[in-house]
Structures are given as structure tokens and as C-alpha cells.
Design a protein around this ligand. Structure first.
Ligand code: PNS
Length: 159
């Protein structure tokens, strides 16, 4: 069984994330989306809410599982039996930090990181930008699944 992990915060999942997860799911037998539990950073959505949205958004892929993790990514990979981490690269600006993490992770445990170029349609996209657009009344419908857009509107414009 060839497994890969797609890690991240996913607060919330965007079409950019789904592009990477979907392409990874065609390359591996199983893809595990790992949602980081970060106690030092409060998200807009709880980890449970993020997982629920990710499960709904990836249900059609068939070989994608969504789990949460805390601590080191390499420990999560080991626990899941995954030898590979998949990361999307949007632009050169992503590369420096991603390279550092990939090199640290292979040094820590031998887990390989494969970089996947993001679809240019989503090369500027991030969960933070989407939240800002929705908060101030903009239309983010091209960037997140419809049901995620609705939850963003409810959460961000309730006051
Ligand atoms: O979506 P994000 O916030 O850019 O994802 C970052 C993530 C979760 C991939 C990264 O913070 C991570 O791997 N955290 C786990 C802690 C860890 O393993 N740290 C050492 C990395 S070298």
C-alpha cells in the first residue's frame, strides 16, 4: 500500500488544497489529509469543523482519509504508515520554508517530501485571503466549494 500524507491547517479547505489532494489521490493508493492541531493558534473553524468540511469535499475521491494530528508531522506519517509527504508549491516564495521543512523531515525520519506545482488557477490562493475576501463582502465562490463558502459567510458576517 503506497500512502501519502497531505498536511496543513485547512482553515478552511480551498480549491487549491483540493487540487493537490485530488492529484495526489491519483498517484497513491491512499492519501491521508492531516489537519494540524495547533494549540498556540486559534483558527476560524475548530479542527472538528475543518475535518468535517474536508471529508465532505474529498468524499468523491474514494481513497482519501482525513485525520487530525499534533506534534511532529513525521510521527504522524509513521503512525499512518506513510513514507511520503505531498506539498503544493504556489510560487517561489513558498519554496524556501518548504525546503527547510522537507530537509528537516527527511533528516528526522527518512520521510520524503514531494512538491507538486499548484494549478496556476490557484497560485495566489490561501485560506487567509479567502477569509479576508468573505469577511469584507467579496465573492469567493471560485475558490472554495459552495458549502464551505456558505459556512464562511455564516461565520464571518454574523455580527
Ligand atoms: O497549512 P500550513 O499551516 O502551512 O501547514 C503547515 C504544516 C502543518 C504542514 C507544518 O506546520 C507542520 O508540518 N507542522 C507539524 C509540526 C512539525 O512537524 N514541525 C517540524 C517541521 S520541520
Amino acid at each position: 500500500m503506497r500512502r501519502a500524507v497531505c498536511p496543513g491547517s485547512f482553515d478552511p479547505v480551498t480549491n487549491g488544497h483540493l487540487d493537490i489532494v485530488g492529484r495526489a489521490s491519483r498517484l497513491f493508493d491512499e492519501v491521508i489529509v492531516g489537519v494540524l492541531i495547533n494549540h498556540s493558534k486559534t483558527g476560524l473553524f475548530t479542527v472538528e469543523e475543518r475535518i468535517e468540511m474536508l471529508r465532505q469535499a474529498t468524499a468523491s475521491y474514494g481513497n482519501v482519509r482525513v485525520e487530525s494530528f499534533h506534534g511532529l508531522l513525521v510521527d504522524f506519517c509513521r503512525a499512518q504508515g506513510a513514507a511520503v509527504v505531498i506539498k503544493g508549491l504556489r510560487a517561489v516564495s513558498d519554496f524556501d520554508y518548504e525546503l527547510q521543512m522537507a530537509q528537516m523531515n527527511i533528516g528526522l525520519s527518512g520521510v520524503e517530501t514531494l512538491f507538486m506545482p499548484t494549478n496556476p488557477l490557484y497560485s495566489f490562493l490561501s485560506s487567509s485571503l479567502v477569509k479576508d475576501v468573505v469577511k469584507w463582502g467579496g465573492d469567493a465562490s471560485s475558490y472554495v466549494p459552495d458549502f464551505v463558502g456558505e459556512r464562511l459567510v455564516t461565520r464571518l458576517r454574523q455580527n
